[in-house]
Design a protein around this ligand. Sequence first.
Ligand code: SF4
Length: 382
Amino acid sequence: MHVPFCDSKCRYCDFNSWELKDSTILVTVVDALIKEAYERANGLQPQTVFIGGGTPSLLPPDLLEKLLNGLHEATGFRESSLETTLEANPESFCYKTAQAALGGGVTRASIGVQSLRSEVLRAYDRAHTPNGARDSFLFARKAGFQRINLDLIYSFPGQSLLEWFEDLAEVISWKPEHLSCYELAFEPGTPLSQAKETGNFPDKNPDAALRLFDETRTLCESSGYSAYEVSNFAKAGEECIHNLAGWRSLDCVGIGAGAVSWQAGIRRKNPANPDDWLESVLTCNTTAQIERPNPKTRLFDCFLMGLRLCDEGVSVSRALRQTGLNPKEVWSKELQEFFSENLLIEVGDCIRTTRKGLRLLDSILARLLPEESRGRSRPEKV
Ligand code: SF4
């Protein structure tokens, strides 16, 4: 479920998020989210729920309660969901919001910390301070959250290993259950990319970024967080069940502006602009894009997502069930090359990366990318 508004737009962000100019629209957005949940997920009994954005914690506590009550009445998630996550940002995640979320059935908070350095947060145009991030973690714990993820970004240009480790060590000392550590990406069209292209923001050093990637894994693993995905680290049993489903290419129903659904091989994308999405829901006039990717593209997507799971990789039998194609037949030559180059290995039913292959994941995927898929939009990020 996507809440598409943020306090302000971060300079690196290419998510479907829009600056909230008038908070009265949130009432209409919540009504429309509930209406869409009734229409598209009635009685679904979902195994997981992820309320993301944007910044869902922008919803005032009473509206968040209304949304969660409506979602439960439509889907029954409070009885069925193994994990219900709310994304939150420090500038809007207060103790009352945390309480409303917990009371409404949310079981996991995911907080966007990104950095504990004022100059970095300012360079990103983040709407909070380092102390705001520290407070939001405390609010979540005090309210009673037992499962908390913290999002961080490393590889700020010029960032030394020591500076990054100071941030990372501090958040580890808070004892969250889960950490997501992303390398800063210059996504096309973002203000940060434009600033870089015009010489107004420095580029990253790729060798330094690779070292930070390696050392991040080492520090997280030595602190008791298993590196179960390229950018995600969890205490035992604290992996994000919802995102695991995404990396395994399982079906989901997406609700809200720009939300993507996958059901029985059909991809559906809601209108990205909140006004367009609101109009389509409130007038019952669907303008979603519907696409049925061909089996080879779907198989590639299974590898694109599944190879991110470091210890698990892609289940060959599941990929066959999902696409009708056996990757060992479709890519017999390529896979043999990857095995002999020690980039991929086969363990039981699964094909996964080696440590070497994980660092070269982009080039592995580039060699598997079907001709007809070049230039097509990527599957949504998880
Ligand atoms: S808070 Fe998150 S979704 Fe919103 S603009 Fe910043 S990075 Fe994007």
